[in-house]
Design a protein around this ligand. Structure first.
Ligand code: 13P
Ligand code: SF4
Length: 319
């Protein structure tokens, strides 16, 4: 519409004026992702967002995603201004892992390395030895396990369980989950597969064990996107936030992408696989953040310095 065209133009000129770059996650709405593309920003998974923001020369990072992504960017670049369309955009994994409780949990196992998922608060990262995202979690735990380390893993129990199974590492898991991925149902996916026998099943590892088990590919958002490009299948059943379809369809317009069902009610189920917090990122709020600088990320210095250590380990880890 004319209104959104004007808004997009306004945002693009504000980005230039404020020496800012837009860093968007694959789960944000199409209009945010396309704006990131058009304005010289990036659409990325959470690890690539962290790297891109840290390496970019812009003095302001506009992070369109959820709060932990903004915090990670700020910790890696304390001298940059980091703003978000809204600081209300959180994550069920972050909510389900309060720093004081997690720290007390870790205190019970002083002989274990603490490995936390990036989907956590800065304070939880400050308590960790390692931070990982879904794209390198498996490799980092494998490496630690080979060194003879025992591990505390938090907060996603599904990703943790998957890694434990794959690596055989000695892990104690925190009890957290992603409310979006936890809803995918293996039976519904198998029913869909009967209708589309040649479909490949792509699964994000925050999904339940039963869903991961029937996957052809398990991986982070970027890894799933790559698989959708490289595999020759004409149809894909995708168990992750449907925001990823923007890039999948753009890369492979000839292929068919189907949302994995979120209830066991059969092939017709097309429930909404979309993160409620990611969808808070609107063009209006993005414009306001740039214009008024309201939703700026601040991380307390002591926490930031502590959290930087495991975050930097993640960035330095060579897969
Ligand atoms: P990625 O690291 O795959 O981008 O995942 C982040 C996330 O929030 C998944 O729900
Ligand atoms: Fe958190 Fe799940 Fe939303 Fe990702 S999709 S931000 S893990 S609630």
């Amino acid at each position: 519409s004319q209104h959104s065209d004007a808004l997009r133009e306004e945002i693009k000129s504000l980005l230039i004026q404020k020496d800012a770059v837009l860093v968007a996650h694959y789960y944000t709405d199409d209009e945010i992702q396309s704006l990131a593309e058009e304005s010289g920003g990036v659409i990325a998974d959470s690890l690539e967002m962290a790297r891109f923001g840290a390496n970019h020369k812009a003095s302001t990072l506009v992070v369109a995603g959820v709060k932990f992504m903004g915090e990670t960017s700020k910790i890696l670049s304390p001298d940059k201004t980091v703003i978000m369309p809204t600081l209300e955009a959180t994550c069920s994994l972050d909510i389900g892992c309060p720093a004081d409780e997690f720290s007390a949990f870790c205190d019970q196992y002083p002989d274990r390395k603490v490995v936390v998922y990036a989907n956590t608060s800065a304070a939880v990262k400050a308590r960790a030895d390692w931070v990982v995202t879904s794209s390198i979690a498996l490799q980092v735990v494998e490496y630690l396990s080979e060194q003879g380390e025992k591990i505390i893993w938090g907060p996603d129990k599904h990703l943790g369980g998957y890694i434990q199974k794959q690596t055989g590492a000695d892990m104690i898991l925190w009890d957290g989950a992603c409310i979006v991925h936890e809803e995918f149902k293996a039976q519904g996916i198998l029913d869909l597969k009967k209708v589309h026998p040649d479909a490949a099943i792509l699964v994000h590892p925050e999904s339940p064990d039963s869903v991961v088990e029937i996957a052809d590919v398990v991986g982070s958002t970027s890894q799933l996107l790559n698989a959708s490009k490289e595999m020759s299948n004409s149809t894909f059943i995708v168990a992750t936030d449907r925001g990823i379809f923007y890039k999948m369809r753009q890369a492979s317009p000839e292929k068919t992408f189907i949302e994995a069902p979120t209830a066991g009610s059969g092939a017709s189920c097309r429930s909404c696989a979309h993160c409620p917090w990611m969808s808070l990122n609107s063009l209006e709020l993005l414009r306001d953040a740039l214009k008024y600088g309201a939703d700026e990320i601040h991380v307390e210095e002591e926490v930031s310095c502590k959290a930087l250590i495991p975050l930097q380990r993640m960035l330095d880890f060579q897969v």
